[in-house]
Ligand binder design. Structure first.
Ligand SMILES: *Cc1c(COP(=O)(O)O)cnc(C)c1O
Length: 234
């Protein structure tokens, strides 16, 4: 997929060009789209390269892996948790991540809230929505979103819900993801208007479907393979 002499800077420029094209098609400003570089399975040196390329955020899906890498990476780029979080890893996760994209259950939110409250720290989060309603997927189902957001508003004042995140059902045709992205945007508008979301961030779109996600309003795309090549096996 990549020639030996291509560079992260080159791939990033190509990704930014595709984002700009998708923005033009949708009549929106490319300023409104940020890139979370998902560095899972890649070494700390790769994370440092991404930080050096002025990426907007680093995304990792495992707390232990981030714990091994983050101390080796300098700089102030925020780290996002993009994978599921277990209650018993919440304390460590709070030391490593600046934003959690995968809040989808009350129990986890309550655990984060009690840890945050003792330090009077406010944590920006996204709520993960299982837009496809797949049994094996994480995230709250669309039908349960309002109740979860109400719970966060009433019980979790130290979680600032800046928006929504989703991973739609995998499909080789990116166009098939479009209705899921549009649905997430609809939920975001609705609950922002209702005062249940502090922001309108939409984290959606990965290597295979980010152009479509940007057309549907993504403010964050989470990109792994298109920036770093195939993942190493862990
Ligand atoms: C791995 C991962 C990504 C990046 O996927 P690519 O297809 O490599 O771009 C994005 N989001 C989440 C939640 C991931 O786990």
């Amino acid at each position: 997929m990549y020639s030996a002499n291509d560079t992260l800077a080159g791939r990033l420029a190509w990704v930014r060009e595709r984002i700009a094209v998708a923005c033009r098609r949708a009549g929106r400003s490319e300023q409104g789209v940020r890139i979370c570089a998902v560095t899972k399975t890649h070494p700390a040196a790769t994370v440092a390269l991404a930080v050096g390329a002025a990426i907007d955020a680093i995304g990792e899906n495992r707390v232990q892996e981030a714990a091994a890498k983050r101390p080796q990476v300098a700089g102030t780029v925020p780290w996002h948790l993009v994978g599921p979080l277990q209650r018993n890893k919440a304390r460590l996760a709070l030391e490593l991540f600046d934003l959690m994209e995968t809040v989808g259950r009350e129990e986890l939110a309550d655990r984060l809230e009690s840890l945050l409250a003792t330090h009077e720290r406010i944590l920006p989060v996204f709520v993960e929505v299982n837009v496809g309603g797949e049994a094996q997927k994480h995230g709250v189902e669309p039908e349960g979103l309002e109740a979860l957001l109400e719970h966060l508003r009433l019980r979790c004042p130290h979680l600032e819900v800046q928006g929504l995140m989703t991973v739609p059902p995998w499909d080789p045709q990116p166009e098939r993801s479009r209705p899921h992205f549009a649905a997430l945007r609809g939920l975001c508008e609705r609950f922002h208007t209702a005062g249940l979301l502090a922001g309108r961030e939409l984290s959606m779109g990965m290597t295979d479907d980010f152009d479509v996600a940007v057309e549907e309003g993504a403010t964050w795309v989470r990109l792994g393979r298109v920036l770093f090549g195939e993942r190493r096996s862990t």
